[in-house]
Design a protein around this ligand. Structure first.
Ligand SMILES: *[C@@H]1O[C@H](CO)[C@@H](O)[C@H](O)[C@H]1NC(C)=O
Ligand SMILES: *[C@@H]1O[C@H](CO)[C@@H](O)[C@H](O)[C@H]1NC(C)=O
Ligand SMILES: *[C@@H]1O[C@H](CO)[C@@H](O)[C@H](O)[C@H]1NC(C)=O
Ligand SMILES: *[C@@H]1O[C@H](CO)[C@@H](O)[C@H](O)[C@H]1NC(C)=O
Length: 174
């Protein structure tokens, strides 16, 4: 029984260790109160890390504001006359993929940029996986599934979540 609990712990730990890579893409709701006036978006963004593959989610009053991507010069001067890209879709809820590792600049047109509706951020590459993740993942290859979890009717599993799940269910309900 103790062996099984240890195995269960190992399997769960291995699964947790594998997960971050899949859920790392993040959708950022821009600003604590959305995309609006009276917010300093420099302060909002300064301690955050944006990674390639993340999204920005702008939520705002569609009758007033919009979402325009501009270059650095136009960001600094609040010039909305020639945006690089107009992300405004009309519902006041726009999703912007951050799929290039570079600096991004956004403003709202119609004068709102001058009131602070301007956002600059740097998109970074995902950091490499944590050092101690690989040994943990390796143990999944051999230990739990093929050796300790071999039961009649359960084929030796090869690193498949489905098989791991069978294994866990087997361990818990045996
Ligand atoms: C927003 O905060 C930054 C960082 O503290 C500051 O440099 C900037 O002047 C602020 N902007 C406004 C419009 O207050
Ligand atoms: C931004 O675009 C404007 C107008 O097209 C241009 O004059 C300016 O040099 C550009 N700035 C940068 C940093 O590319
Ligand atoms: C941006 O696109 C929206 C929707 O297509 C359009 O209504 C709006 O006029 C455009 N704004 C600018 C500044 O190009
Ligand atoms: C990034 O996303 C935009 C908008 O969906 C798309 O047009 C562009 O091709 C993408 N770029 C890359 C490098 O994937």
């Amino acid at each position: 029984m103790e062996k099984r609990l240890l195995t269960l712990a190992a399997v769960l730990f291995a699964m947790v260790a594998v997960v971050p890579e899949e859920v790392s893409a993040k959708r950022w709701l821009v600003g604590k109160m959305g995309w609006t006036t009276q917010v300093n978006y420099t302060l909002w963004a300064q301690d955050l890390h944006f990674y390639n593959g993340d999204w920005l989610f702008f939520v705002y009053d569609r009758n007033q504001m919009n979402v325009l991507e501009v270059n650095k010069t136009d960001y600094e001067s609040c010039n909305a006359d020639h945006p690089l890209k107009n992300w405004t879709r009309g519902a006041g809820r726009d999703v912007v993929p951050l799929n290039v590792t570079r600096d991004y600049y956004f403003v709202s047109g119609r004068g709102f940029c001058f009131g602070g509706m301007k956002l600059a951020l740097r998109v970074e590459n995902l950091p490499p996986p944590v050092q101690n993740a690989s040994p943990v993942i390796k143990t999944t290859d051999h230990a739990p599934s093929t050796i300790l979890c071999r039961r009649p009717g359960v084929r030796p599993a090869v690193f498949a979540i489905g098989a791991l799940w069978d294994c866990i269910i087997g361990l818990v309900f045996d």
